[in-house]
Design a protein around this ligand. Structure first.
Ligand code: RFL
Ligand code: PHB
Length: 395
């Protein structure tokens, strides 16, 4: 049996960032991941970073490529009725967002981890956590046909929505709050220069569409579809036709087209597990909560959780107090629920009505009109979109 301070399960953004922050405090950890490194790095997901994530990466020495290649956006466009209106984040909040692919974040964090020499193990299987209600939790797994076991002080469950950590908590302890939406997002990556410098969220009577990007040469686009649709039903020509119909505005703006090199359908769901801790097992990121992508919050919430957790663990080793650990769940959940509220609200403004329901569609158009004409409403959207403050308890 081997010993470490923290076993981190999952090498997504939550697990890798936690390992990085703990390392900076001189705290040892082992990160185990059941997929291959290639799978983890190539998985196409989020793209929008809140200012706090950019600042954290920059201040902790993993922001060099982000600073070079990240695309800073000072605002966002909302389109409806054939026109687009801009919400100016910088003017309203003094903050901005940065477009930088989640896979680039993961790549940078893997490189940083490698440089520390601390363990980062891909391709593990049969992961089991045990004795988390004691002061010496254990984690077992199989790697290359051999069984391994670590004993540690803390286990971080950073293994995403389908991981094993949340289900390993006794049912009586945990409450799950769940909302499944009757639509999904079809997302593509296209080899095409972005035709707008900022994102465009568009509401039409054919449904919702989103214009985003990954680099000066790659456009990222999404369109609302039904959750039971198969990607095979969406040949490239149909995708472009629908995207142009939902995104093009009367002033002639439309997305540039190019070869599609990645496409997939993601169902939409809101979920929160409470509490985010059981004994010495701490859930972080998608393992504890997921949001519909409309508010671009999932990755940002994962980063906020592990920031709070790293501080609490560091404080424990520094002073012996468990106060930060005890406050972890409540500290995270109060911000998580605000992000849930925002993601649900963005979803309700941009989905539900069209193409199903005339009343809801008109209600949504009124909401888009209001939110882009009232300064108070614009400020509300902006401060949530760029990220609410993180309340880290004082040392
Ligand atoms: P992840 O990224 O799912 O990582 C969990 C890792 O744990 C591994 N794992 C295990 N490892 C060991 N043992 C086991 N038994 C394991 N079971 C699972 C998994 O293989 C995986 O590597 O969770 P994490 O780290 O909490 O990060 C969360 C984010 O990935 C997620 O919230 C975002 O991608 C959500 N999201 C967005 N978030 C944003 O902040 N901004 C966005 O613009 C945004 N857009 C999106 C998104 C998610 C999307 N999809 C596909 C769900 C757009 C899309 C389309
Ligand atoms: C993305 O670029 O992938 C993206 C942007 C905004 C969202 C969701 C996803 O709300």
């Amino acid at each position: 049996m081997k010993r470490t301070q923290v076993v981190i399960i999952g090498a997504g953004p939550a697990g890798l960032l936690l390992g990085h922050l703990l390392h900076r405090y001189g705290i040892d950890s082992v990160i185990i991941e059941n997929r291959t490194e290639q799978y983890v790095v190539e998985r196409v997901r989020a793209g929008v970073l809140e200012q706090h994530v950019v600042d954290l990466m920059t201040q902790t020495g993993v922001g060099e490529r982000l600073r070079r290649e990240g695309l800073r956006h000072g605002g966002v466009w909302l389109a409806f009725g054939g026109t687009r209106r801009r919400i100016d984040f910088e003017e309203l909040t003094g903050k901005a967002i940065t477009v930088y692919g989640q896979n680039e974040v993961v790549r940078d964090l893997i490189d940083a981890r490698r440089a520390t020499g601390r363990p980062l193990l891909f391709g593990v299987s049969d992961v089991v956590v045990a004795a988390v209600d004691s002061e010496a939790p254990r984690v077992r797994y199989v790697l290359d046909g051999e069984e391994h076991e670590w004993v540690c002080d803390f286990v971080a469950g950073c293994d995403g929505f389908h991981g094993i950590c949340r289900p390993s908590i006794p049912e009586a302890v945990l409450t799950g709050y769940d909302k499944v939406y009757p639509f999904a997002w079809l997302g593509i990556l296209a080899q095409a220069a972005p035709s707008s410098e900022e994102l465009v969220y568009s509401l039409t009577d054919r449904g919702f569409a989103l214009f985003s990007m990954r680099s000066p040469a790659v456009t990222r686009l999404y369109l609302q579809c039904r959750p039971d649709e198969a990607i095979e039903d969406w040949p490239d020509e149909r995708i472009w036709e629908e995207l142009q119909a939902r995104l093009g505005t009367r002033d002639g703006w439309k997305p540039n087209e190019g070869p599609i090199f990645q496409k997939g359908i993601t169902p939409m769901r809101s979920f929160v597990a409470e509490p985010m801790r059981y004994g010495r097992l701490f859930l972080a990121g998608d393992a504890a909560h997921i949001v519909p992508p409309t508010g671009a919050k999932g990755l940002n919430l994962a980063a906020a959780d592990v920031r709070v957790l790293a501080e609490a663990v560091a404080r424990f080793y520094r002073t012996g107090t468990e106060a930060g650990l005890d406050a972890y769940s409540d500290t995270c959940l109060s911000r998580v629920w605000k992000a849930q509220r925002f993601s649900w609200w963005m979803t309700s403004m941009l989905h539900f009505g069209a193409p199903y329901d005339g009343f809801d569609y008109r209600r949504q158009v009124a909401e888009m009109d209001y939110v882009t004409s009232s300064r108070a409403a614009m400020a509300t959207l902006a401060e949530n979109y760029v990220g609410l403050p993180i309340d880290i308890p004082p040392p």
